[in-house]
Design a binder for this molecule. Structure first.
Ligand SMILES: C[S@@+](CC[C@H](N)C(=O)[O-])C[C@H]1O[C@@H](n2cnc3c(N)ncnc32)[C@H](O)[C@@H]1O
Ligand code: SF4
Length: 375
């Protein structure tokens, strides 16, 4: 099992909360596409001829690319790699790009899943966080995707926005659930250092929502998703049956993936590699055959920590037999001994050899994880 991630680091304007690596630099799109294609060729052996099960265009804003640019990238991927005929092929998008004309122009591309960054259906909230679309545009974007034949649609929402109340959050969820989509990623707002939002909180322009309200919003999310037939298969991810994100699930299962483009990360089971977070440095390094990434070899403890950190967030939980088989008896025992108090306090459920968080455990997941990490 292996996947390919392609980072498209462009945004036509920046949202106040976001610290993902992106730039407002549309002139660089054509050269970046050429460099991405070159990187796909340079790193053709990275996945050691494993069949590709998922392809994911993330951002930034992949929907900023046009049909010709996507086609060139797909041509490279399909000529270099063996792609499973049922591979999941996703692109992230911003609602204002998703017009009828846009879908018409990309109709021959092999995408079978779309992730739409909506964040909120409240026009005031959208303005405050500097989104470039309205609630109406977001709803139309979903309808346009459905009319274009997409039957696997995910949307991103954020809860805990400044000025959001529990009632307003419930309204967001009702609107989302009325759209007949298959997947929701709902993230609690984080204040990332250096972002505009962070500065607004520093100078008192916005007030962070208290932890208790954040927890109530999360519990409401879990309840409403369950009532509407969505499984909470990861802390922030909800899917109706058979519509989990296969790409993200493969990260959580520690399958290998190749990440191309500025700031993209790759993982081959033994090491991690991350590309330079600069479009111009990336393009120039690829053109001149000079290094464009850093690399870290993973120790047994690194791999154990990664597995525990991601699997505890999922509904599958930590599999004790897998832990022992992959990392040895000593680390499996270490994990069990350190999670015991949370089983006793009923934050973690131990059943069928698996350790899973319940909703109360999710609220203190960081506290639990600290106890499980091995340094
Ligand atoms: C990096 S964005 C890319 C998708 C697309 N550009 C968009 O804006 O919708 C991926 C998702 O991360 C989430 N996100 C980014 N920064 C966040 C933050 N500080 N707190 C919570 N969620 C965040 C948003 O929901 C966003 O849709
Ligand atoms: S949330 Fe999306 S559109 Fe907004 S700055 Fe981040 S990547 Fe760009």
């Amino acid at each position: 099992m292996a996947g390919i991630y392609i980072h498209i680091p462009f945004c036509s304007k920046r949202c106040t909360y976001c610290d993902f690596y992106t730039e407002v630099a549309p002139k660089l799109i054509p050269s970046l596409v050429d460099s991405i294609i070159k990187e796909l060729h340079i790193r053709k052996d990275y996945l050691q001829e494993q069949e590709i099960q998922t392809i994911y265009f993330g951002g930034g804003t992949p929907s900023i690319l046009n049909n010709e640019q996507f086609s060139k990238i797909f041509e490279a991927i399909f000529s270099i790699y063996s792609v499973n005929k049922d591979a999941e092929i996703t692109f992230e998008s911003n609602p204002d790009d998703l017009t009828v004309d846009f879908f018409d122009s990309i109709r021959l591309l092999p995408f079978n899943r779309i992730s739409i960054g909506i964040q909120s259906f409240d026009n005031e909230d959208l303005k405050r966080i500097n989104r470039r679309h309205s609630a109406q545009q977001a709803i139309e974007a979903v309808k346009n995707a459905q009319n274009a034949g997409f039957t696997n649609i995910s949307i991103d929402l954020i809860y805990g926005l400044p000025f959001q109340t529990l009632q307003k959050w419930e309204k967001q969820l009702d609107t989302a659930l009325g759209l007949q989509i298959q997947h929701v990623s709902a993230y609690g707002l984080t204040y990332e250092e250096g972002t505009t939002l962070w500065k607004q909180r520093e100078n008192g322009k916005v007030k962070q929502i208290d932890d208790e309200t954040m927890n109530e919003m999360y519990l409401l999310l879990v309840k409403k998703m369950k009532e509407n037939g969505f499984e909470a298969y990861e802390i922030s991810n909800f899917a109706i049956r058979n519509f989990r994100s296969r790409h993200n699930s493969s990260y959580w299962k520690q399958d290998a993936y190749l990440g191309v483009g500025p700031s993209a990360h790759s993982y081959d089971l033994n090491s991690r590699q991350w590309n330079v977070a600069s479009i111009t440095e990336y393009i120039s390094a690829i053109e001149n055959d000079t290094p464009y990434f850093e690399r870290e070899d993973l120790t047994l403890f690194d791999r154990y920590n990664d597995y525990v950190m991601v699997s505890l967030r999922t509904s599958e939980g930590i599999d004790l037999a897998f832990l022992e088989q992959k990392f040895g008896v000593e680390l499996a025992t270490y994990c069990y001994e350190n999670i015991k108090t949370f089983i006793e306090s009923n934050n973690v459920i131990h059943s069928d050899g698996k350790l899973c968080l319940n909703p109360e455990g999710i609220m203190i997941s960081n506290q639990i994880l600290i106890q499980l990490m091995r340094v």
